[in-house]
Write a protein that binds this ligand. Structure first.
Ligand code: MN
Length: 242
């Protein structure tokens, strides 16, 4: 074998390895919340599963950049500071979330902030070639809310309701039924203190930092455009797994 053939062989192998690695990274997207849940001190910012401009025009690149690199990172940094040297230092993120009511506000808020933002990024995708919800998912939502539009209406109402900062959630209750829920601050439906407890299926961040640069105070418009950038395959997978 001459050196040219050997070099060519290496180049082909390298390209194939890179392609495989890229595909693996893509297929790991559904697991980023699970991975974050198993994480313990020191916590870190997970990789954003899309480019900053991927959600344009529904959410502008600058908002995604600042939301991820400053806001989400601030929750991660503050969480590390809050748990360092405490009994929470050896507990994973899911455990901190599920026992939030017994923990200081600094841990409850920042563990929630880290978990919620990781979840938010994981259920978003580009509007381009977005197939929308499957007939099966629409049927499931219709069974629970009467119609797909009624579900959207309730979800939006939860998000625009008169409270300062929080999240709108679609939650699967322990009996398998679906419910819309609005949480304050960085609380979520997994927390022991949550009025509605269950598995998060979909979430919309309605803190001003999630939309203000583009929409100013028009939270309702942000929520209307939010429907275009939902990764419905991911939502359906969450609904149909434990
Ligand atoms: Mn946020």
């Amino acid at each position: 074998m001459n050196w040219k053939k050997t070099a060519y062989g290496f180049a082909v192998a390298l390209v194939l390895t890179l392609i495989t690695a890229m595909q693996m990274q893509d297929s790991q997207k559904p697991d980023m919340v699970e991975l974050a849940g198993k994480e313990q001190f020191p916590f870190s910012l997970p990789k954003l599963p899309f480019a900053y401009d991927a959600l344009e025009p529904s959410i502008d690149a600058k908002t995604v950049d600042i939301h991820y690199n400053r806001h989400h990172k601030a929750y991660v940094d503050a969480l590390n500071k809050a748990v360092k040297g405490s009994t929470s230092q050896n507990k994973d993120l899911d455990t901190l979330i599920r026992t939030a009511g017994k923990l200081p506000a600094s841990i409850r808020n920042n563990a929630g902030g880290h978990w919620n933002h990781t979840f938010y990024w994981s259920i978003l995708r580009s509007a381009e070639n977005n197939p929308g919800p499957s007939a099966k998912l629409i049927a499931e939502l219709t069974k629970n809310f009467g119609s797909f539009d009624e579900f959207k209406k309730q979800f939006k109402e939860a998000g625009v309701t008169d409270f300062g900062s929080g999240w709108a959630w679609l939650v699967r209750l322990p009996d398998g039924s679906l419910q819309v829920y609005a949480s304050h601050n960085q609380d979520n439906p997994l927390m022991d203190i949550s009025k509605v407890r269950g598995k998060p299926i979909l979430a919309c961040d309605v803190w001003e930092h999630a939309y203000y640069l583009k929409y100013l105070n028009r939270r309702d418009e942000y929520m209307d455009n939010f429907w275009n950038i939902i990764d419905w395959e991911r939502v359906e997978a969450l609904l149909n797994t434990n």
